[in-house]
Structure formats: C-alpha cells, structure tokens
Design a protein around this ligand. Structure first.
Ligand SMILES: Cc1cc2nc3c(=O)[nH]c(=O)nc-3n(C[C@H](O)[C@H](O)[C@H](O)COP(=O)(O)OP(=O)(O)OC[C@H]3O[C@@H](n4cnc5c(N)ncnc54)[C@H](O)[C@@H]3O)c2cc1C
Length: 299
C-alpha cells in the first residue's frame, strides 16, 4: 500500500492534519508513539471550546472524530527512520515494520530541557510550567519563581510579571543576566537570586519553597522555567531538512520544509508553541499536502 501521506506524530498538529486529509479522501497513515509534550499536565488551557480539558480527553475526542474517515489508518508506534526512495518515502518503525508514502508530514513536536535541579521533574506540569499563556491564569498574583540556567530569564520574567508582581528570578548559579537586565528587573521590584538552587520543596508536585546554597530560601507556590526545547525526534534532520537557530524545522507559508515532499507542523516548526497553533498548522500543512498531490495528479 502506498499512502498519500504518512503523518509522524499524533499531537494536535498531526491529528488535525489527519482529519483534514481524511476529509480530502486521502489515504493517510498516522504513526504516533503517544508521548506528547504536555503529557505531564492535568489540564490544557487556551484552546477555544476546550479550555481546561485534560490532555488525554483532548486526544480521545480527536481520535473519535478521525475514526469517522475510513481512509485514515492509525498505528501506535515509534518511527526510527524515514528515507527517500525512488518516487516515495519509506518510514521504518521500532519493530522493523516498513511503510511507504508519497509524502511525509512531520508533527513530532519538541522535548523540554529543564534546569539542572534535582527533583524539578516532580514539579513540572503541576506547579512549574513552560508558558504563562497556558498556565499563568491559575497562578495569577501568587508568589512565583522564574528559573533558567541555560538562557537569560529576563524575557520570561518580564512576561510572567504580567500575571504576578511577586516575582523571584533564579539563574541557579549561572551569570546569565546583563547589568541592564538586572537594573530593569530591580526597577520593577523583581527580586534576583543568582545563587545555586539546592532543593525545591513541596508536596505532590506543588512547590512551597526554593532553597539556595548560600542565600537562604524563598516561599514560592509555583512558577515558570526558561530554556530552549529541542526536537523530539531527529527525523527532520536525518532527512536533510533545514533547522533554524531556535531548533525548529524551517518551513514556507504552507508548511513545506526545505526537502521536497516533506512537510512539518506544530511545535516542531512553529515558534509559538500552543495547542491551538499546532492544530491550525496541521490543518494548513494538510491542505498543502493535498494541493501538491493534486498538482501531480491533475492532467
Ligand atoms: C508543561 C506544559 C504545559 C502546556 N500547557 C499548554 C496549555 O495549557 N495550552 C496550550 O495551548 N499549550 C500547552 N502546552 C504546549 C503544547 O503542549 C504544545 O504546543 C503542543 O503539544 C504541540 O503539539 P504538537 O502536535 O506539535 O506536538 P506534541 O503534542 O508534542 O505531539 C507530538 C507527538 O509526536 C510523537 N512523536 C515524536 N517523535 C515520534 C516518532 N519518532 N515516531 C512516532 N511518534 C513520534 C510524540 O510521542 C507525540 O505524541 C504545554 C506544554 C508544556 C510543556
């Protein structure tokens, strides 16, 4: 079976693309290992009509809708390689199964790289988050912390300040803030601690305090972490797709990567990492896949 499109990744980007391509009568294979970026959270926010939905429920509704379209096949597998063959692409799964498709849509998402602090994973997704647009409202006006030890926390702090004026910025022992940034934070009454964090204290993932090596401790109920997420899979790089300085796959307005026949949507390509953006990008990429296939079929 030669599929019209193999979609790799079944987050909102891949699922949305599958829906649009299914409705376009395309033979689609959706290959997904089921480890979305927001799996650590209990609620997703900001997706109109689904604000506050549990991530698993969001996926369940999506799969229910996709099952209405018989030309879409779904397999829960990890893809380990995609190669270009004569006139088609071949995807190989961890189990060694091979699938052929005319086009590939990468919707594999990103993976977060958290600050190097013991136990931080216990809090991530429960009281420490990546994005204030997603989780700022629930923490509004609380004593919050912004932690980043790989890039300047200045921009994140400035944005989080919109949700809470009781803000502490930590660099976990790294000198990442410029003198101007420190002055600006001080002007806005944002406290800065550059000391190493030795412990995060709390219960059931709910942060209570941050403990420093030499500068005591600070009571905080939650916060946000800074850092560059990385591609969740190397498939785009292996195919030769160009990747930009922010570690995203470079695409044109219609989600075509720099490799003909390979498309990318969602966090893997967009600089604005949100569920609704990923879904929109998936829809746009699917229309591009369909249009480019029509160009090759229409006499
Ligand atoms: C803690 C946290 C909370 C968040 N909260 C919100 C929120 O409230 N609202 C919001 O709008 N956004 C939120 N986000 C952002 C949101 O999770 C992402 O923007 C969104 O998941 C991106 O969708 P996607 O389809 O691009 O990728 P993902 O949802 O990450 O899905 C990618 C899929 O591809 C699969 N995959 C990867 N590699 C392979 C492979 N080789 N083979 C097969 N499958 C593969 C993965 O397992 C995964 O299922 C949050 C992010 C984080 C980290």
């Amino acid at each position: 079976m030669l599929f019209d499109c193999a979609i790799i990744g079944g987050g909102p980007a891949g699922l949305s693309a599958a829906l649009v391509l299914g409705r376009a009568k395309r033979k689609v294979l959706l290959l997904d290992e089921g480890r979305p970026r927001n799996a650590v959270t209990h609620e997703s926010h900001g997706f109109l009509t689904r604000d506050g939905v549990e991530p698993g429920e969001f996926r369940a509704i999506a799969y229910q809708e996709i099952r209405r379209y018989p030309s879409v096949e779904v397999q829960e597998v990890r893809v380990v390689s995609v190669t270009r063959q004569e006139g088609y692409f071949e995807a190989v799964t961890e189990q060694g199964e091979r699938f052929q498709a005319k086009t590939i849509l990468l919707a594999t998402g990103l993976k977060d790289v958290l600050p190097a602090i013991e136990g931080i994973h216990d809090y991530y997704g429960k009281s420490l988050f990546a994005c204030p647009y997603c989780d700022g409202w629930e923490r509004r006006d609380q004593p919050l912390v912004v932690i980043s030890d790989s890039m300047s926390p200045y921009h994140v702090a400035k944005v989080v300040w919109n949700w809470s004026r009781d803000l502490l910025v930590c660099t976990n022992g790294q000198a990442l803030l410029t003198a101007e940034e420190k002055e600006s934070l001080e002007r806005n009454k944002i406290q800065v601690v550059e000391d190493k964090i030795v412990a995060l204290v709390g219960e059931n993932g709910m942060l209570e305090k941050v403990v420093f090596a030499e500068q005591g401790e600070s009571m905080r109920t939650g916060g946000f972490v800074g850092g560059w997420p990385v591609q969740a899979s190397a498939l785009g790089a292996d195919l030769g797709c160009e990747i930009n300085a922010q570690s995203r796959l470079v695409t044109d307005m219609l989600n075509r990567t720099t490799v003909k026949g390979v498309y990318a949507a969602g966090d893997t390509a967009t600089p604005f990492a949100q569920l609704i953006m990923a879904a929109a990008e998936g829809s746009k990429a699917a229309a591009a896949v369909n249009m480019d296939l029509i160009e090759g079929e229409f006499l």
